[in-house]
Each structure stands twice: as structure tokens, then as C-alpha cells.
Design a protein around this ligand. Structure first.
Ligand SMILES: NC(=O)C1=CN([C@@H]2O[C@H](COP(=O)(O)OP(=O)(O)OC[C@H]3O[C@@H](n4cnc5c(N)ncnc54)[C@H](O)[C@@H]3O)[C@@H](O)[C@H]2O)C=CC1
Ligand SMILES: O=C(CO)COP(=O)(O)O
Length: 770
């Protein structure tokens, strides 16, 4: 891990100065700039490892523009320490930065951090949030000390929203305290404010959990309970009868809540979000209501329930009980054919909401019921389920599902089609489904949502004013996918113990078989590699491949070493390798499989398979026998086998005497290469099975394969979640992603995400850019 040595801080107010103090005491060279300083912006930023933005929101975009104009390259890591929300486009500070510096790593620093306490040396904790784990770790190291505890987080958006929104609430609480309304009122205000913050977070797509962390609840508590908060002081002074201008002059510093309240009021009125506290604060700041009226208005709101389940289609069982306004009404979800064909159990995943299946969907499902593939099986399962429901009543009238929602089949009426915009052809099935959903929306008192995996139908729905959603109940947040690796910082003597004793007890929280890089905390370039053994909570060394390599293949980077370790361990029955093209995932899997089958004879056969989805345009009719027809799809596997068996070394050089070829191995029954379709339905004992391109499978299809594993079989799933040819899955909903998440707690499974391309600089750049 790179270590930050020089930091440039933009902004010389209370926060910028405190951050400079923290970094200097950690031994970093710190340069500070403000709009009034003599040193130039360019000189401040040049060669610095960290660029820290600590100016007020009002100045952030213009300072960022000045930096961008300097064109200083994209090496430095940005740290955004500003807490606010831009009035144009409701952008957060880090989003304003990433608009201008798309190639630079961007991190957010936010938490309960009243600068005065920190500058006095009192203990505090904060969060460094970033999608870029490496950048977050560098910034974490730079700031962390025995009085400033730094946590990382992967939700910069939620982290920033928590920091920006609590400023508005601090003004409200300042008013409440200024009016001497007591502790009960203050607690009620802060708690209901959290509901408001959650609502804004949900609107922007931030993670709910983040708002219960340091940058959310933590900062809310700090700012709403300390008179050191400038925002709180503004509210307090307003309650005393001071004007806003007088209050701001008195505090002589930035109170971001003033502009953020106005931005939120705008957001609430334009987007229909219910943000009563922010709206009252905005009116109060603009002198449109008095402090007393603001409080009265909040108290006089409609009576309602406190806790509600978020009624959402999206993995709702994983959402905590959210403190949110009741969504009062049930929703009607109209299901498209592809949703049911993708997951017949979708019928049970919409909680107590009502479900509608247009008759066109039933007709479409009927067409697939004879298919001998996954889709056919799902079609038959839906028919069986619906047939079973008939015992509960007439489907046309609606039957009540176990969760309390109603399910009904709706006929297509002529009048429905007549309501479609004239540009849409009335006899297309998609449009018939759209017509039913639109008609229900008009008839229904409750919100109506079309659920479809067809992007174009969602666009059409949008264009006709109908709300549409993807079906997401089996989606995993791909950006949050478990990587299988972690870094652990240890004292030098612990590393010595690990080396000497072949293992070390570890106290942290790790997943079984997680690959660990043990870093010497006194010398970050000194590292050792190991794997976490959950049974006795120890990190143990990786399996050492023979000097000759595995089928003459050598790991070229750390992730490949981790992958080989999992592939070579016979106790691990399921290995998942995710990585873009050129990271070596298939090559390593095939090399390990050949080694295990041909050299160690641990498995009776290497079975390599991939689902058949044409890349790009379908090749159409192909001449030849079955093997010849399938050759284009299986060729990438054959290329890997040729590479290994041809004896090529990692540099592509081949020795003159050619080794066995893959046909010899097939002749000896040690190797089988088959499309996945032929493998279903079999039991697969004592085989080393590789399913390549597993990202093209649905979760259900992968389940079918894994449940076929016989005694002594090892299954390796490889794939690239960004290269999906199956139109009904995406990076988050495909079977490979699903398996990685579902198996991460299991001792018989291991996963590695390979990031580094090893094919060629061109292949690496193309995989990243295109
Ligand atoms: N003071 C604190 O305890 C903390 C503050 N923050 C955030 O850090 C940011 C800065 O806060 P403070 O340093 O406390 O405020 P401050 O009022 O003490 O300093 C503001 C800084 O921003 C600069 N600035 C303001 N308007 C500008 C413009 N139009 N163009 C260029 N520069 C401009 C000022 O020159 C000054 O350097 C705010 O977003 C605040 O919410 C975050 C955590 C803690
Ligand atoms: O963000 C802060 C504490 O975390 C500082 O709050 P004030 O800007 O209200 O002083």
C-alpha cells in the first residue's frame, strides 16, 4: 500500500486547520491554501499525495474548477471534508469533485468532529468513505492516531448526506433549546429528524445502515447536543430573536445548515419528499415564520404510526425496520413474463402488496412450458403454482396470498389498448402488459408499478407516465461484492510468529478462507500472505505450489497466488473467481484442474463447461457435427488448454517438444469439455468441474449445477460480471455474484476477485476502458 507523505489542504478555516494539525502530528508534510493565502494553488498541490478539500460548500465548485484548470495529473487522492449540498443538481461535495476529476480516487471524510474539541487533543472518531478501497486505506492510515480513530466505509453518498443533513437539524435543535422546550422535545426532534434523513438517503440511493453510523447518527448527536456547533448556535440565536445576519456575524464562521436547508426545501417541493423539519428551518431562515410558529407547525402535523416496514420490492427482508413515515398505501405490482420466468417464487416476494398478472403473461408462459431448459422448468412451476391458487378462489376476482396481498389475473380489455399512446402498436405483447398496468393505475386508488426485467419496456412505461422497476429481490449490490481479500496490520513480532510457527491467532472478524495480506505496521512494504482458518480463528500460510508451477503456470500477482491457494486445497469444494478479461481466472482454474487430475490423480476427471450465449451477433446456422458447431463457444477454453498443454510459459514462449494435447487427455477420459446444457440432470462424482462465464447464469441455474455435485467433486465458477450476454441478468442479479455472497460464510467455499490484468497492457486497458 502506498503511504501518503505530503498533504495539500484547501481551506484555512477551523476545519482545514484542524485537519492540518492531525496530519502534521502523524509526520506528514502539510501545505495549506486559502483564497487569501500568498502561496499559489499550484505550488500547494504539486506532488502532494492527498488533496484535501476543506472550504465551505459555497466555494467548493469554484475552487475545484481552479484546480482542474491547473491540469496537475490524476495521481493524488482527493479527500472531501466539506459538509453541504450544492443547489444545482443536488450534488454532494464529492460528486462535485468527481464531475471534474473523473480519473482521480475520491474519498469523503465525515463524522462527529467538532473541530474545537479535536484541536484541543480530545479523542474523536471519523469515517473515510470511498468506493476505492485502496484510496480509503491510504487516507485512513494518514489520519489515524491514538486520539483520532478512523473507520472506512464504502458508501460515500450516505456518509456525505448524513454530514450535510445533520447541520439543518442542528439549527432546528438550537431553536428548540433556545426556546427552552426541554429534553423531551429535543429528543423527539432529533429522532424524527433521523426519519427525515433516511427519507432523503432513500431518495438518493444511499445505504440505510450508513445513517446509523458515525457519519449519520454520530454526527447528528454531536452537532445537536453541543453548543460548539455553529449550526446549533445559529438556531439558538434565532430563537433569542436575533436576525440570521446577526447570528452569522456573531459566530464568524460557516454554518452550512443555512444553505443546505434551502436546498432541501427545494428538493422536498420539487420531488414531493416529505421533509417537514427542513422545510420549517428554511422558512424560519428566510424570516417567513417565527421560531414559535415553526415548532407549532411541527407539532400540529397529522397523527401517524411511528414504525413501518418499507414496502418495497427490493430485498425488503434485508431492510431494518426503518423509522420512516408510513407509506400508508399498499402498492399494486404488475408482473411481466420475464420476472416469473426468471424466478417463479417472485409471487411470494412482494410482501403484503397486491400482485397482478396480465392474461398476456399467462399466454406467454404457456408458450415456454414445453422447453427442456431452465425457462421451461420455471414456466411449468408457475403454472403449477397458479393452478394451486385456484383452490383459494377465482384468480380473476383475486385470491389472498399468505402475506396478505391479493393476487389476480387481469384480462386485456379493448378499452385498455385504446388508451395506449398512438405510437405504440396495439398487438405487441409488451404493449398489452403495459396497457393493463396503465389501466389499473387509472382505476386504482393505490400506486401501480410495472415490474419487468426488460429495459425497453421500463423506458416505455416511463414515457407513458407509469412507474416501472427491475425485479431485484435476488440482487446483490455488485459494487459491494465480497472481494475475498483483506489487509491486516500487525506488529513485526506477530509477523515473525506467523513465519516461525506457520500460523497466527487472529482476533478480528474475517470470513472463512478469506485471503489475508499481513502488513508490518512499522514497514508497510513488508508483507506476508495467508488464509484465514475460521475453525480455530488463525491465519495460516498459503499452499506453496511446486517450483515448476501448476501445470507450468506460475502466479503473477498476489491475487493469483490467493486464487491458486483455494484451487489447490482439496478441502475447499467451491471456488469462485471473479475478474475482468485477462486477469487469468480461467487459466488458473484450468491449470489447477489439470494438475489435480493428471498429476495428483485426486479427481477422476476435469470437466470444463460454459453456458452458451453467443457473443455479439449470433453466428446463425453453422455447418458440421455437434463438436464443430459448438467449437466457437468452447474455443476460449481450448485456447487456455492449448496454452497450458503446449507448454507455453507465462511469457508465451513455447519449448520445442510439444506436450500432450487436449485431445489426448479427452481420449484418456481425463478431460471433458461440454456446454452446460448437457451437464444438467447428471450427478457429477469425483470431478474437478469448472463452469466458465458463470456470470451468464441465473441464481436458479447455478443452484441446479451446485446441487448436482457428487461425492468428492470440486466446483470452480469463473466469470466477469461486466461481460454479460444473458439479457435477463446483470452485474448484480447474476448467479455468480449471488453465489459469492451466499457462500462467503461457508468453510467449504472460497472466493477471490482478481483485479489485475496480466494479458498485455492493451488487453488490460481495453478491459478497463471499454
Ligand atoms: N469546523 C468543524 O468542526 C467542521 C467543519 N466541517 C465542514 O468543513 C467545511 C469548512 O468548515 P470550517 O473550516 O469550519 O469553516 P470556516 O468558516 O472556518 O472556513 C471556511 C473556509 O472556506 C473558505 N471559503 C468560504 N467561501 C469560499 C469561497 N467562496 N471560495 C473559496 N473559499 C471559500 C474560507 O476562506 C475558509 O478557508 C464546512 O463545509 C463544514 O461543514 C466538517 C467537519 C467539522
Ligand atoms: O460538522 C461538524 C461536526 O461534526 C461541525 O458542525 P458545525 O459546522 O455546526 O460547527
Amino acid at each position: 500500500m502506498q503511504e501518503a507523505k505530503v498533504a495539500a489542504i484547501l481551506g484555512a478555516g477551523a476545519w482545514g486547520t484542524t485537519l492540518a494539525q492531525l496530519l502534521r502530528s502523524n509526520g506528514l508534510e502539510v501545505r495549506q491554501w486559502s483564497r487569501r493565502s500568498e502561496t499559489s494553488l499550484a505550488a500547494t498541490l504539486a506532488e502532494a499525495d492527498l488533496w484535501i478539500m476543506a472550504v465551505s460548500m459555497a466555494g467548493l465548485a469554484s475552487v475545484a474548477d481552479q484546480v482542474a484548470a491547473l491540469q496537475l495529473g490524476d495521481r493524488a487522492i482527493w479527500v472531501s471534508a466539506t459538509k453541504g449540498l450544492a443547489d444545482l443538481g443536488w450534488r454532494t461535495p464529492s460528486q462535485v469533485l468527481s464531475d471534474r476529476f473523473p480519473l482521480q480516487p475520491i474519498t469523503v471524510l465525515s463524522g462527529p468532529n467538532l473541530s474545537k474539541e479535536i484541536s484541543q487533543g480530545l479523542p474523536a472518531a471519523t469515517v473515510i468513505a470511498s468506493r476505492d478501497r485502496h484510496a480509503a486505506a491510504v487516507v485512513q492510515q494518514a489520519f489515524a492516531s491514538d486520539r483520532f480513530r478512523v473507520y472506512t466505509n464504502r458508501d460515500p453518498l450516505g456518509t456525505e448526506l448524513g454530514g450535510a443533513l445533520k447541520n439543518v437539524i442542528a439549527i432546528a435543535v438550537g431553536v428548540c433549546d433556545g426556546l427552552c422546550l426541554g429534553a423531551n422535545a429535543r429528543s423527539a426532534l432529533v429522532t424524527r429528524a433521523l426519519a427525515e434523513i433516511l427519507r432523503v438517503g432513500a431518495y438518493f440511493g444511499a445505504r440505510t445502515e450508513t445513517f446509523f453510523g458515525l457519519s449519520g447518527l454520530g454526527d447528528l448527536l454531536a452537532t445537536c447536543t453541543s453548543p460548539l456547533s455553529r449550526n446549533y448556535q445559529v438556531g439558538f440565536r434565532l430563537a433569542q430573536g436575533e436576525s440570521l445576519a446577526a447570528a452569522l456575524t456573531a459566530i464568524a464562521a460557516t454554518a452550512e445548515g443555512v444553505s443546505t436547508a434551502r436546498v432541501l426545501a427545494q428538493l422536498a417541493s420539487r420531488e414531493g419528499l416529505e421533509l417537514p423539519i427542513a422545510a420549517c428551518v428554511a422558512e424560519l431562515l428566510d424570516n417567513r415564520i417565527s421560531p414559535t410558529t415553526a415548532i407549532e407547525r411541527l407539532m400540529a402535523r397529522d397523527l401517524k404510526a411511528e414504525l413501518v416496514r418499507e414496502n418495497q420490492n427490493v430485498a425488503s427482508n434485508t431492510l431494518p425496520l426503518a423509522i420512516a413515515e408510513p407509506l400508508a398505501m399498499k402498492k399494486t405490482y404488475v408482473l411481466d413474463t420475464n420476472v416469473l420466468l426468471h424466478d417463479p417464487m417472485a409471487l411470494f416476494r412482494f410482501e403484503d402488496n397486491d400482485l397482478v398478472i396480465p392474461i398476456t403473461v399467462i399466454e406467454e408462459i404457456d408458450r415456454f412450458k414445453k422447453d427442456l431448459n431452465e425457462r421451461g422448468r420455471n414456466a411449468r412451476q408457475i403454472s403449477r403454482l397458479l393452478d394451486g391458487f385456484r383452490s383459494k378462489g377465482h384468480l380473476i376476482e383475486g385470491i389472498t396470498l399468505d402475506h396478505g396481498g391479493k393476487l389476480r389475473v387481469v384480462m386485456l380489455e379493448k378499452t385498455f389498448l385504446e388508451q395506449l399512446p398512438s405510437g405504440l402498436i396495439a398487438n405487441a405483447n409488451d404493449n398489452a402488459i403495459l396497457a393493463v398496468a396503465l389501466a389499473l393505475q387509472q382505476q386504482n386508488g393505490q400506486p401501480t408499478i410495472l415490474v419487468t426485467k426488460d429495459t425497453n419496456l421500463r423506458i416505455k412505461a416511463d414515457a407513458t407516465g407509469l412507474c416501472a422497476e427491475d425485479y431485484e429481490s435476488d440482487k446483490i449490490d455488485f459494487s459491494e461484492l465480497y472481494s475475498g481479500t483483506a489487509e491486516v496490520y500487525l506488529a513485526p513480532d506477530q509477523l515473525q510468529v506467523f513465519r516461525r510457527e506457520g500460523g497466527l491467532d487472529l482476533s478480528g472478524e474475517f470470513f472463512p478462507n478469506q485471503a489475508l495480506t499481513l502488513v508490518d505496521e512499522t514497514n508497510l512494504s513488508h508483507t506476508l500472505l495467508g488464509r484465514y482458518r475460521a475453525s480455530d480463528r488463525r491465519v495460516v500460510p498459503l499452499i506453496q505450489p511446486p517450483k515448476m508451477g501448476i501445470s507450468r503456470i506460475h502466479a503473477r500477482n498476489r491475487e493469483q497466488q490467493f486464487a491458486l491457494d483455494l484451487l489447490l486445497d482439496d478441502n475447499i469444494q467451491l471456488v469462485t473467481l471473479v475478474g475482468k478479461a485477462g486477469t487469468g481466472k480461467t487459466l488458473l482454474a484450468v491449470a489447477a484442474g489439470l494438475h489435480k487430475v493428471a498429476d495428483e490423480r485426486h479427481f477422476s476427471r476435469l470437466l470444463v463447461s460454459r453456458p452458451i450465449f453467443p457473443m455479439g451477433r449470433d453466428l446463425g446456422f453453422l455447418p458440421g457435427d455437434l463438436q464443430e458447431k459448438l467449437a466457437p463457444w468452447m474455443q476460449p477454453i481450448i485456447d487456455n488448454l492449448d496454452f497450458i498443454l503446449g507448454g507455453a510459459n507465462n511469457n508465451g514462449d513455447r519449448p520445442s517438444n510439444k506436450q500432450q494435447n487436449y485431445q489426448d487427455l479427452m481420449g484418456m477420459n481425463l478431460l471433458q469439455i461440454e456446454p452446460l446444457t448437457y451437464i444438467r440432470g447428471r450427478s457429477i462424482p469425483r470431478q474437478f468441474m469448472i463452469v466458465d462465464e458463470a456470470q451468464n447464469l441465473t441464481p436458479h441455474e447455478i443452484k441446479t449445477i451446485l446441487t448436482r455435485a457428487g461425492e468428492g467433486t470440486k466446483i470452480v465458477l469463473t466469470g466477469d460480471a461486466y461481460q454479460i450476454d444473458n439479457p435477463y441478468v446483470d452485474a448484480s442479479s447474476n448467479g455468480l455474484t449471488y453465489v459469492v455472497e451466499k457462500f462467503k460464510n461457508e468453510a467449504i467455499a472460497g472466493h477471490i476477485t482478481l483485479e489485475r490484468g496480466e494479458r498485455s497492457p492493451l488487453a488490460e486497458l481495453s478491459a478497463n476502458l471499454l
